[in-house]
Design a protein. Structure first.
Length: 297
């Protein structure tokens, strides 16, 4: 895959990004991590998205072990990580309830922990995972700014921010925000209606589309809307000589979005990577969009 700029200010990334947001249970062992990372690199995906909480607070350490053992080279990959969401877990006895925290103290502790676990000196893009409405926003922005100036983080990003939250944080920052992760797929097109996608493009950024295959619902759900979308994808598959899942991701790519892969299924990862070989016809894109809204042609 040819690398592209994440925004007019951000780093070059692979046009598909692998994220560990669905990792849990049996996924959480180092050999599985190595196999997935190697598959991604084979497919040209060199950009990996972490968070302190992923995999019950263990994915960063598993990935960092690959860097520590030199199974992957740090200078050949782009690393994202994030903080902000706190989940109760036996390893985090101080966390009583799920909550957001974007305070200076939490951000500084999180970045230091992430750097240590990932065995790296810097994070290419550090993201706030949601916005804590009761944190001091001026302090939050100042902390991010200082981390960027220190070199611990190279760029600032956000996750699931509304347009107004995006504008609010930007007003306090001197550095640009380079990406906003939003949920976007053929079963969730809200970002096309609520202004998120338009505002991201206005800021010359590429949206990162989490759950590009709707967590497997497009392929397997028996409910009415997924079934309707799946039927339309299957109807188009022969025309493009492609898997229906690949066409679903090609629909996102046509919007300028970068799919954020979460599956551990090797076949599904390959299907997503194959989407970049598909150039959807204008009307076929709209046929899928209409199906996503329950409109039968």
């Amino acid at each position: 895959m040819e690398k592209i700029y994440l925004s007019d200010s951000g780093p070059k990334v692979s046009p598909a990004i692998y994220g560990f947001y669905r990792w849990t249970g049996n996924d959480l062992h180092e050999k599985n991590m190595e196999n997935i990372v190697n598959l991604c690199l084979e497919l040209g995906i060199n950009t990996f998205d972490h968070a302190d909480i992923y995999g019950d607070y263990s994915c960063e350490e598993l990935f960092g072990n690959l860097i520590r053992k030199k199974n992957i080279r740090r200078d050949q990959i782009v690393l994202f990580t994030k903080c902000g969401v706190n989940l109760p877990h036996p390893s985090q006895p101080e966390i009583r309830v799920r909550h957001y925290d974007t305070s200076r103290k939490h951000i500084l502790e999180s970045i230091d922990h992430s750097l240590r676990r990932l065995h790296t000196d810097y994070i290419d893009v550090f993201l706030l995972n949601h916005l804590d409405p009761i944190s001091n926003l001026e302090e939050t922005a100042f902390t991010l700014q200082k981390l960027r100036e220190s070199g611990k983080i190279k760029n600032i990003g956000i996750v699931n921010f509304s347009v107004f939250q995006h504008q609010l944080l930007s007003a306090y920052l001197r550095a640009p925000i380079v990406t906003n992760h939003i949920e976007l797929n053929l079963l969730n097109t809200a970002a096309l209606d609520n202004g998120q996608l338009d505002y991201i493009k206005q800021k010359y950024m590429r949206p990162l589309a989490t759950s590009p295959l709707a967590g497997g619902q497009i392929a397997h759900s028996a409910e009415k809307l997924p079934s309707l979308v799946r039927k339309k994808l299957e109807d188009l598959a022969p025309k493009y000589n492609a898997n229906a899942e690949s066409i679903a991701v090609a629909w996102l790519v046509k919007l300028g979005a970068l799919p954020l892969i979460g599956t551990t299924n090797a076949g599904r990862i390959r299907n997503i990577a194959s989407a970049f070989n598909i150039d959807l016809d204008h009307q076929d894109w709209y046929a899928l969009y209409n199906a996503s809204r329950g409109q039968v042609e």
